[in-house]
Design a binder for this molecule. Structure first.
Ligand SMILES: *Cc1c(COP(=O)(O)O)cnc(C)c1O
Length: 405
């Protein structure tokens, strides 16, 4: 069976983790701090805070910005549930918008229409690693007419004077938008290092800060560090120097990354551009070549003049099929010993959001993309021979279902 997305765990990672385990320091410490500096350098941002997950990172930022009951946050309907749940945790309302007709990413025109006096943040998602339309989104938040609507409730909101652009970049570390790295394109960008993501620390995430003046990103880093550790004025490492007394300055959260996780991340980041992304692009290019001239398929866009994907997902679509036919094709592919997946079930399909009143028919493009979509395996250890097996399994399954035309 060809798995869908196993992590790349080799001797280099085992050696680095072992080094941490034997070092006498396993929670947040020197390796996490080193990983943060290297991520900031990689994403071209002034500061990065590592967290226990992207989810906790996103929630920390919404809490920091003071998003609360009565507020709205605009998110895509086509995303993983974390994007919505962090908004709900804060007591605010996720306002879902549809994707573009020809892309899995959210439609900026619909974002604009969804803005009200209650909107505090927009969370775009770079689905599959393909960047959202950051120019259009930045133009919206900086539009002086739209800024007049903005209703600040907290000091942070009064300082920003406009809607916060918070990128859910769980898929897109290393992607590029007009030559710039993902991280530097929104006010704040959150990456995920979950086991299935491009760069993994088993579980983990990072907040990349790129806020405009008058914000001091270094100072916000320090505050978020405290907020991610129960509001303690000193972390465990700082207390080891004999300076044991600390204060609790707010009812903070528990969202820190451990040095065990960071040691995996350090190895992963070092080889990310030179090795990981090269291999992922190679696999994606092989899929493109196999499916682009076959009229039954619609291949995902990964590279344009202004955007370059991080090749996180290969979201293949099969034209003119129903949801049920797609599901049957997936069963046939599994019977040929290939694991595939669906990214994503739009949130209004899930019972929880449905019960909150979100209706699938309000997101027609999300429905079309979802109902015809099959994600193919993309990961470092997938060999060229396995890529061929995947391609042949997909083609055979589709042929059995809808024939050859
Ligand atoms: C994986 C994912 C997350 C959550 O990441 P965690 O690190 O598991 O919290 C958030 N948003 C999207 C779009 C994701 O795919």
């Amino acid at each position: 069976m060809i798995p869908f997305s196993p992590p790349r765990m080799d001797d280099k990672i085992i050696a680095e983790v072992t080094d941490t385990l034997k070092s006498g320091w396993i929670t947040t410490g020197p390796k996490t701090k080193r990983f943060e500096k290297q991520l900031a350098n990689y994403a071209q941002v002034p500061a990065v805070l590592c967290t226990s997950a992207a989810t906790t990172g996103l929630e920390l930022i919404l809490r920091w910005f003071g998003v609360q009951e009565g507020d709205e946050v605009i998110i895509p309907a086509y995303t993983y549930c974390a994007t919505a749940n962090v908004v709900l945790h804060c007591g605010a309302k996720p306002v879902m918008v549809d994707c573009l007709p020809d892309s899995f990413n959210l439609d900026p025109e619909l974002v604009k229409k969804a803005i009200t006096a209650r909107t505090k943040a927009i969370i775009p998602v770079d689905i599959g690693g393909f960047p959202a339309d950051y120019d259009a989104l930045n133009a919206i938040i900086n539009d002086t007419e739209i800024q007049k609507y903005f209703n600040p409730n907290t000091e942070e909101q009064r300082n920003l004077k406009r809607i916060l652009l918070l990128s859910d970049a769980a898929h897109s570390l290393g992607a590029k938008y007009q030559g710039k790295s993902i991280g530097s394109l929104a006010d704040i960008t959150v990456f995920s290092f979950h086991a299935v993501k491009n760069l993994t620390t088993a579980e983990g995430g990072a907040i990349a800060l790129s806020l405009p003046k008058p914000f001091d990103n270094e100072a916000i880093y320090k505050w978020l560090n405290i907020l991610s550790l129960h509001g303690q004025s000193k972390d465990a490492l700082a207390k080891t120097t004999g300076n044991w007394r600390y204060d609790v300055v707010c009812a903070g959260y528990k969202a820190n990354m451990t040095d065990i996780q960071a040691s995996i991340g350090l190895v992963e980041l070092e080889r990310y551009d030179s090795d990981t992304l090269v291999r992922r692009k190679h696999i994606v290019d092989a899929y493109h070549a196999a499916f682009c001239e076959d009229k039954r398929f619609e291949i995902p866009v990964t590279d344009t003049e202004s955007k370059q994907s991080s090749y996180h997902l290969y979201q293949l679509q099969i034209k003119d099929i129903s949801e049920g036919e797609r599901d049957e094709i997936i069963q046939k592919i599994f019977k040929l010993d290939v694991s595939v997946n669906v990214h994503f079930q739009p949130l209004p399909l899930f019972s929880y959001y449905k019960n909150l009143g979100y209706k699938m028919q309000n997101y027609p493009h999300a429905w079309t993309h979802y109902s015809r979509e099959i994600s193919l395996p993309v990961y470092y250890d997938l060999t060229d021979a396995q890529v061929k097996t995947v391609i042949s399994a997909v083609k055979q399954a589709v042929e059995k279902m809808i024939g050859n035309d």
